[in-house]
Design a protein around this ligand. Structure first.
Ligand code: FE2
Length: 251
């Protein structure tokens, strides 16, 4: 099986279209989204429609949750807040219903036990699903609750891979300019696939991953998209200028 793993689309339809086109070229069998279809940019309803129409298996991110549960807004900064409030008026009731039915995490079995993997937005910890896994300590903690060797995550918008051989033997590799990892038995991998629609690892290109279960290989890829088209829409929608500017620098 070849899986396309995407995350943090954040209503950026230009970036999503480019990533979906490359996944089609790459002949993936299934696409999985680690959350945050909405938030920040100007095309939330179009992005939800794409996910539904293509049968992408998605989980709920913190922005998806805030769209349907306004009490979640308390965790947002001013930029995220103005975007999600505007987006609530843009996403149709049936698409909001789709979002409200998204699961918080997934476990996908593989043909062999070591091929199976898990999917979370921030963490698999049900009491802290939107925790950021940014340090080796946080990665070890997550690895302890993994029931498979591979967990795909998003949330930080920073692509990279933690390889955990033991409590004091952890390697981190950045995915800012792409990365290829050959999976080895006995090692646990936490793979942040980065963000399709608002990368923050100083590379403005859209980020996504491919997991080939036969080759036992995960590849993080980056793709150019029409950033200025997205920027123009963000400004036209009257969203904060900062949300437009950050797309250009990937931060
Ligand atoms: Fe996000």
């Amino acid at each position: 099986m070849r899986y396309g793993i995407i995350s943090d689309i954040h209503a950026n339809i230009e970036a999503l279209n480019v990533v979906l086109a490359s996944l089609e070229k790459e002949n993936v069998d299934e696409i999985i989204c680690c959350g945050d279809i909405v938030g920040y940019n100007a095309n939330p309803d179009e992005c939800v429609a794409k996910i539904i129409n293509l049968g992408v298996r998605a989980i709920m991110g913190n922005h998806d949750k805030a769209l349907i549960e306004p009490s979640e807004e308390r965790y947002f900064n001013q930029y995220g807040l103005s975007a999600i409030r505007w987006q609530r008026t843009q996403v149709t009731p049936s698409h909001q219903k789709f979002i409200s039915n998204l699961p918080m995490k997934l476990k996908i079995p593989g043909p062999n036990s070591h091929d199976g993997f898990q999917v979370a937005h921030g963490s698999l910890d049900s009491s802290a699903p939107f925790e950021y896994i940014a340090s080796p300590m946080e990665a070890v903690r997550l690895s302890e609750i993994m029931s498979s060797n591979i967990c795909f995550i998003g949330h930080s918008h920073i692509s990279g891979v933690f390889s955990i051989k033991g409590h004091d033997d952890i390697e981190y590799q950045r995915g800012s300019y792409g990365l290829e990892i050959s999976l080895e038995p006995g090692i646990k991998y936490i793979i942040n696939v980065g963000s399709v629609g608002q990368p923050r690892d100083r590379n403005p290109q859209a980020s996504y991953a491919i997991y080939d279960t036969d080759m036992r290989k995960v590849t993080i890829k980056r793709a150019d998209y029409d950033i200025e088209a997205t920027v123009a829409k963000v400004m036209e929608a009257g969203l904060p200028l900062f949300l437009a500017d950050r797309l250009r620098i990937g931060w």
